[in-house]
Design a protein around this ligand. Structure first.
Ligand SMILES: [Zn+2]
Length: 382
């Protein structure tokens, strides 16, 4: 591998990478807006085709269309398992965010909706593959790139596609942003979501309070039980982030509902907390309690395959003069699905920045060429 040539190539393309990032950010793409998502899918497909990839746009009647992109390797055949890259082109930002917060570059940072999560990662993948092609670097495995349109809302319509590709893959590389300090992610928490509903009995709070059964009172007890399930030491958190119920101050509340977010580091913890939440019983036998929901993404646990992948990435980084560190995240990604299948998964190969899902979202401009070089070299090495 000619690492100086790869580094030089990327350094010479920083302006083009920024121009490309601007272009992607200016295609606003909220997860629930099929029209805009389909337009961006089409735009990305044309770009990948121009890089020599075979692109299929996967029609999605419910959400935005997804993309499955493949690039052949010098060695091919049924025995050569591909490398799967995962990315998403939806963002959490509604249409109009761009007008309020346009794409800008100030000193060392590029800003705008979705720069970090994860249009920066998509640009990195494009330039990594472009460099491989232009510098004639040898890929020993075919590359499959799945780019979905619904990652920010749980990947409900793309999960099956991702898992089917992952089942064929040697390894999965995820283009989500690195940690703010630039570390790759070898572990992510699993994410569960539950709704706890309590039904009581309405009554006039002044005239016949004894005839009422307060759903709010019962749910308040349940919230305390739920929060007691948090164990910061093991990294398990149970958070009631939404609590609603009742109709008026002078009515004993007949209905109340809590929405619960759960985060855990291990599958075992996921199963334990899941059973505890499903096993909640009302304190007041005159109320009814029901629980719906479950784990959307099981944890991405640091297993032997992932450790091995990270070791290769660190060595490849050293060759490029980059310090590659290992980190983790409390948030989930599509890497959680593939890691839970036992496929070695390395995440955080996208841009280095901070403020994902927040107004101060940015990427470090210098990370774009560095990460593109790292990704290109890693793909050639696997
Ligand atoms: Zn993301």
């Amino acid at each position: 591998m000619d690492t100086p040539a790869l580094t030089a190539y990327m350094e010479a393309h920083v302006d083009q990478m920024l121009a490309r990032l601007k272009e992607l950010v200016e295609h606003e793409s909220p997860s629930t807006d099929k029209l805009h998502l389909d337009r961006l899918a089409e735009h990305l497909a044309r770009r990948w085709e121009s890089l020599g990839a075979v692109v299929s746009i996967i029609d999605n009647p419910v959400r935005g269309n997804h993309l499955c992109i493949s690039l052949p390797s010098v060695v091919s055949g049924p025995s050569v398992a591909p490398i799967l890259l995962l990315g998403h082109f939806d963002t959490v930002w509604p249409i109009g965010t761009l007008a309020r917060r346009p794409f800008t570059v100030e000193a060392t940072r590029a800003m705008g909706p979705g720069v970090c999560d994860m249009k920066g990662g998509l640009v990195i993948a494009e330039f990594a593959l472009q460099a491989i092609s232009n510098l004639a670097l040898p890929l020993s495995r075919p590359i499959t790139l799945m780019v979905n349109s619904d990652e920010e809302i749980g990947s409900t319509t793309s999960r099956g596609l991702i898992e089917a590709e992952a089942a064929l893959a040697k390894a999965v590389l995820v283009l989500e942003p690195a940690t703010p300090s630039g570390a790759l992610k070898t572990a992510r928490k699993g994410v569960g979501g539950y709704t706890v509903t309590v039904t009581g009995r309405a009554s006039h709070a002044g005239v016949a309070p004894e005839e009422g059964v307060s759903a709010i009172e019962e749910l308040a007890h349940q919230v305390l039980r739920l929060h007691q399930m948090t164990d910061l030491e093991s990294g398990t958190t149970v958070n009631v982030g939404l609590f609603e119920g009742g109709t008026r101050p002078n009515v004993v509340a007949a209905e109340a509902q809590a929405r619960v977010d759960v985060r855990v580091w291990t599958r075992q913890e996921a199963e334990r907390v899941d059973a505890a939440i499903r096993g909640l019983q009302p304190l007041n036998a005159a109320t009814q309690l029901s629980v719906t929901g479950g784990f959307e993404r099981f944890p991405m646990e640091r297993n032997a395959g992932t450790r091995q992948l990270f070791t290769v990435a660190r060595r490849v980084g050293q060759d490029l003069g980059l310090v590659v560190q290992e980190g983790s995240s409390g948030g989930g990604s599509d890497g959680n699905f593939t890691a839970a299948m036992g496929v070695p998964t390395l995440d955080g190969l996208g841009a280095v920045g901070d403020g994902s899902h927040a107004d101060h979202e940015f990427v470090q401009v210098a990370s774009l060429p560095q990460r593109a070089a790292l990704l290109a070299a890693l793909m050639c090495e696997l």
